[in-house]
Design a protein around this ligand. Structure first.
Ligand SMILES: O=C(O)CCC(=O)C(=O)O
Ligand SMILES: [Fe+2]
Length: 309
């Protein structure tokens, strides 16, 4: 299997808090995920004209930006349902967080279309809705948030823009990103503008960034354009300070699509105990098999037999 990231990438992440890894996903993976996007969102083509804010207006968050975003699982193939748990992505998160036990706490598919919204956002850090407090001083206790592109993110197709941590620290003072709240830095966008970088990259690329890294969504201006992304966020398992999605809440969603195809390792990233965990008894295995008929219980049963034997 080809190497999808290097130790230099992990080092860059540690130093800068953010990086783009071009073509992390293969062309066939991109094609399969994009096909699922078309099935789930039912629309591929944006409007002829971009929606742009009035002259003099400032970039902002708006409900229209988030109209076509949803969490896994979806009624489509395993391509989209499991791409956020791709073994290489999980391995990258493990390397970055320096633990084998990571938890996927957000996994959303987001389709954006030219003209459906003005997607231009002000600079912000994501910790504001990933924790009730502030980012940890120890980066390994924070999380790895990853935007995965399944369409080409050219400049006219709304690539995320960002500022590496050394730059924002220099401009705003060390740790200012962790203060985060915009009123404390009134002209944040002006101050950060000279250090603005684009994540423009071909389909299959990923943008990994910390919850303390300044970034912003940008608008889609290409006529009839669309942008497909999956956001996958990992934290250390058991870290109650960080969160976003409580997976069991979406009980009416097609979880069978996940259970039918995910490996025990992938399921563990969603909080399903691993084979051999004391949770798995003959009773719980049988009951879970009844709940998710397509689930392959063999590894769990075998681990139970090994424990008993
Ligand atoms: O979709 C993007 O490019 C970034 C969006 C973002 O940063 C946000 O909504 O918090
Ligand atoms: Fe954000």
């Amino acid at each position: 299997m080809r190497e999808r990231y290097t130790t230099e990438h992990v080092e860059a992440w540690r130093r800068d808090g953010a990086l783009v890894i071009p073509r992390f996903f293969d062309a066939d993976e991109v094609a399969a995920v994009a096909a699922d996007f078309r099935e789930v969102f039912g629309q591929e083509t944006g409007a002829d004209q971009a929606l742009q804010r009035a002259p003099g207006g400032s970039a902002s968050f708006s409900p229209a930006q988030f109209k076509t975003i949803d969490s896994i699982p979806f009624a489509c193939s395993s391509a989209l349902n499991l791409i956020g748990l791709h073994p290489a992505l999980v391995a990258f998160a493990r390397a970055r967080l320096e633990t084998d036990d990571v938890h996927l706490y957000q996994c959303q598919a987001w389709a954006k279309y030219t003209g459906a919204a003005d997607y231009e956002q002000p600079f912000h850090c994501d910790f504001l809705n990933h924790t009730l407090t502030v980012p940890d001083d120890d980066d390994r206790q924070n999380s790895v948030t990853i935007i995965c592109y399944f369409t080409d993110a050219t400049e006219a197709l709304g690539p995320t823009h960002y500022v590496v941590r050394p730059d924002s620290d220099r401009v705003l003072g060390q740790g200012a990103a962790s203060a985060g709240d915009r009123p404390a830095v009134a002209d944040l966008d002006t101050l950060l503008a000279p250090f603005d970088r684009s994540t423009a990259a071909p389909a299959g690329s990923i943008f990994a960034y910390g919850i303390d890294v300044y970034h912003r969504g940008s608008n889609l201006t290409a006529p009839r354009g669309h942008r497909y992304t999956v956001t996958a966020c990992f934290k250390r398992a058991g870290d109650e300070a960080i969160g976003f999605t409580a997976w069991p809440v979406s009980l009416t969603k097609p979880w069978g699509r996940i259970f039918e195809h995910a490996t025990p390792d992938q399921l563990a990233c969603l909080g399903v105990p691993r084979p051999g965990h004391p949770f798995w008894t003959a009773t719980t295995i049988a009951r879970n098999q009844a709940r998710h008929p397509g689930w392959d219980a063999a590894p769990y049963r075998e681990a139970l037999e090994r424990r008993a034997g």
